[in-house]
Ligand binder design. Structure first.
Ligand code: ZN
Length: 60
């Protein structure tokens, strides 16, 4: 049993959602997952402080 499975030609799956990657967006399945991965990658280097919308609620 050494026949190559068509579904596992390259064994490349989207690292974001796990779907089979497409040649157009390899190694991801879609542009959306590509952006997601990029954002995550950027998030590791650039920690953007998530500041909540603060309304003018100062006393004084
Ligand atoms: Zn995906």
């Amino acid at each position: 049993m050494s026949s190559p499975d068509p579904a596992r030609r390259r064994g490349s799956h989207c690292a974001v959602c796990g779907k089979p990657a497409t040649p157009a967006h390899a190694p991801f399945c879609s542009q959306g997952c590509r952006d997601r991965d990029l954002l995550q990658w950027l998030g590791e280097g650039y920690r953007i402080p998530a500041r909540p919308a603060v309304d003018e609620d100062e006393e004084g």
